[in-house]
Design a binder for this molecule. Structure first.
Ligand SMILES: NC(=O)c1ccc[n+]([C@@H]2O[C@H](COP(=O)([O-])OP(=O)(O)OC[C@H]3O[C@@H](n4cnc5c(N)ncnc54)[C@H](O)[C@@H]3O)[C@@H](O)[C@H]2O)c1
Length: 280
C-alpha cells in the first residue's frame, strides 16, 4: 500500500488511529507539537503491539513491520501525505490554524479530515483553501478496536472525497457511516443524555460507582463514569458544551458543573492518572 497517512495529535485518539493505519499496511507520520506526547505515543503503541504478540494475534515479524511503518515527528514540515487526519484538542481555532499551516506543505489533492467529535466541519472548511477536500472522519475510542467510523460531509465536500474516506475506513476493517455535518453528528448527539443524566444523578447524591455498576448490569458495555475517564473529561466536557451551544442551549443538554470542576482541577481521567477513579 503506497498511500501515506499523516495523523496530527499523538494523544488518546491520534496514537490509536496511527497504529490502526499502520496495522492495515499504511505508512504513517504521527505528529504532535509536544515532544513528550510523541514519546508517550511511541511507547504506548509499542506496548499495545507487544500485547497483541503475547495474545498470538501478531507474530514478531508483523509487529516489527507495523512499527517500521510509523514515523514520529514534532515538525509540521514532515506532515505531507495523501490524507491528513487531525486529532488535536477539541478547539476550533487550534484545528483551523493547524490545517492552514499544513495546506502550505501539501498539494490541493491531499484530503484534510478531522476526527472532531463535535466541531462543525464546515466551520473548519470555510477557513481553508479547497473546502471540497475537507471532511470529518470520526473514529471511536479506542480506534484500534471500535468498529464504527462516522464520515462527515459538508455541502462543499466532494463525492470523491467522501468515497475515498468510506473506502479508507473499510480498508481499516471498519464500518463507515456517512453523516451530515450536524451538532454531535449522530453518535455524540444521541449519547449526550447518557453522560449528562448520569452526572446529574451523581450531583443529587447517587454514588458514581453505583451508577456505573447498575448501567453495566443493565447491558451498557461501560458505565458512564468509567467511559468519561476513558474519553477524557476535557474532551467530553468540550463536546457537551459545543453541542449545547450549537443546538441553542436547551436546558436538557446543559453541561455539568461537576465535570467542569474536574477539568479545572486537571482530573481528566486515565490520561492524567485521575478522573472519577484513580489510575495510578
Ligand atoms: N477521547 C475520545 O474518546 C475521542 C473519541 C473520538 C474523537 N475524539 C476527538 O479526537 C480529538 C483528539 O482527542 P484526544 O482524546 O485524542 O485528545 P488528547 O488530549 O488525548 O490529545 C490531544 C493531543 O493534541 C496535541 N495538540 C494540541 N494542539 C496541537 C497542535 N496545534 N498541533 C499538534 N498537536 C497538538 C496535544 O499535545 C495532545 O497530545 C478531539 O477532536 C476529540 O474530540 C476524541
Amino acid at each position: 500500500m503506497n498511500q501515506k497517512i499523516v495523523v496530527c495529535g499523538a494523544g488518546t485518539m491520534g496514537r490509536s488511529i496511527a497504529q490502526l493505519a499502520a496495522q492495515n499496511g499504511y505508512s504513517v507520520v504521527l505528529y504532535d507539537l509536544q515532544a513528550n506526547a510523541v514519546q508517550t505515543a511511541q511507547l504506548m503503541i509499542g506496548e499495545d503491539l507487544e500485547r497483541l504478540v503475547a495474545k498470538g494475534k501478531l507474530n514478531g515479524q508483523e509487529k516489527d513491520q507495523i512499527t517500521s511503518r510509523i514515523t514520529y515527528t514534532t515538525n509540521t514540515a514532515d506532515c505531507t501525505g495523501d490524507l491528513i487526519i487531525e486529532a488535536v484538542v477539541e478547539i476550533l481555532e487550534v484545528k483551523v490554524e493547524l490545517f492552514q499551516c499544513l495546506q502550505k506543505h501539501n498539494p490541493p489533492s491531499t484530503i484534510l479530515a478531522s476526527n472532531t467529535s463535535s466541531i462543525s466541519i464546515a466551520s473548519i472548511a470555510n477557513e481553508l483553501e479547497h473546502p471540497e477536500r475537507v471532511a470529518g472522519l470520526h473514529f471511536f475510542n479506542p480506534a484500534t478496536i471500535m468498529k464504527l467510523v462516522e464520515v462527515v460531509k459538508t455541502e462543499h465536500t466532494s463525492p470523491q472525497v467522501t468515497d475515498y474516506l468510506m473506502n479508507f475506513a473499510r480498508s481499516l476493517q471498519k464500518t463507515p457511516v456517512l453523516c451530515r455535518d450536524a451538532p454531535g453528528f449522530i453518535v455524540n448527539h444521541a449519547a449526550r443524555p447518557y453522560y449528562l443524566e448520569s452526572l446529574y444523578l451523581h450531583k443529587k447524591g447517587v454514588p458514581l460507582e453505583m451508577i456505573d455498576e447498575l448501567l453495566e448490569q443493565s447491558g451498557f458495555k461501560m458505565g458512564p463514569f468509567r467511559l468519561l475517564d476513558l474519553i477524557g473529561n476535557d474532551i467530553n466536557y468540550a463536546v457537551s458544551d459545543i453541542v449545547y451551544q450549537q443546538l441553542g442551549k436547551p436546558n436538557r443538554l446543559q453541561p455539568s458543573l461537576i465535570q467542569k470542576a474536574m477539568v479545572e482541577k486537571g482530573h481528566l481521567g486515565r490520561k492524567t492518572g485521575k478522573g472519577f477513579y484513580d489510575y495510578k
